[in-house]
Design a binder for this molecule. Sequence first.
Ligand code: HEM
Ligand SMILES: N[C@@H](CC(=O)c1ccccc1NC=O)C(=O)O
Length: 292
Amino acid sequence: MAKIESLDEESPETDERQEDDRQLTYADYLHLDQLLGAQQPRSRPVHHDELLFIIQHQTSELWLKLILHELISARDGFRNDQIPLALKRLARVKHIQHTLADQWSILATLTPSEYLQFRDFLATSSGFQSYQYRAVEFILGNKDAKLITGFDHDEQASAMLAALLNSPSLYDEFLHHLSRQGYPIPTAVLNRDPTLPYVADDRLLPTFKIIYTDPQQHWAAYETCEELIDIEDNFQLWRFRHLKTVERTIGHKVGTGGSSGVDFLHKALDRTFFPELYAVRTILEPAGRRDG
Ligand code: HEM
Ligand SMILES: N[C@@H](CC(=O)c1ccccc1NC=O)C(=O)O
């Protein structure tokens, strides 16, 4: 993951760093000059509300960066059978997701009339080109190799997306973990091509039914399944709030990214990352009526 793991690549030797530390200020540490210099409205004359639009997106990208960092670590946790660590990571992801969902109310103060006054200056740029958003979708299992080609001009983004496309998703690693714990997981699921979108497999349902029918006996697996459901639930809330914000701002106009806009975003709501965790709800029965 080029972007994530290169954070300390350029750390100076210890002596040099101690020298620097004596003068380190708040602004230095946080690179505020770069951070606060990165809001550059394109509208002319500059429209008052473009700053809101830019900051809403930049803060979203910062939180997406942290979500990705935590999800990669959670996936490692599953891979190494470290469930408490994975759950710790997912707990933080859920808090960030709440912040991201709540933050839509700030953008909702942007009226259609205001947005239209600077929308043309955005030209063909679109949230569709957010590679960190795509990376989060990939690690959660919503893979689509076609979507990588849009980032050919950005070597680091392409490398990160290719790495995530070609490696198992969070859910793939969870299923491998369950298999190592002795839960029956079909070989076809364990050996699936990780570059393809995950496809629901009903043969997993008996395993999840066992876990959900007797949580006390299967607590770690049960708790983890529910954490994953929370993550998907929160993700869907973000998608829904995005859709409703888009609807109140541009109605059914086509998007700057060339899509149909609201209708396109509506279809994304049908995507599920963990299909069997939802499907198991339908086949659950009250305790005492356990047929297996
Ligand atoms: C008034 C504000 C916004 C409007 C009108 C808007 C509109 C749209 C539209 C129409 C699309 C479909 C692609 C296209 O044709 O452009 C889209 C996609 C997208 N937008 Fe926004 N958006 C807004 C704010 C945001 C914000 C704040 C974010 C945060 C990062 C965001 C992230 C995304 C992402 C990630 C996609 C791709 C979704 C997918 O592929 O499933 N958008 N947006
Ligand atoms: N797709 C939006 C434009 C838009 O929202 C946007 C433009 C540039 C950077 C981020 C954006 N946000 C989400 O799509 C539109 O059609 O108005």
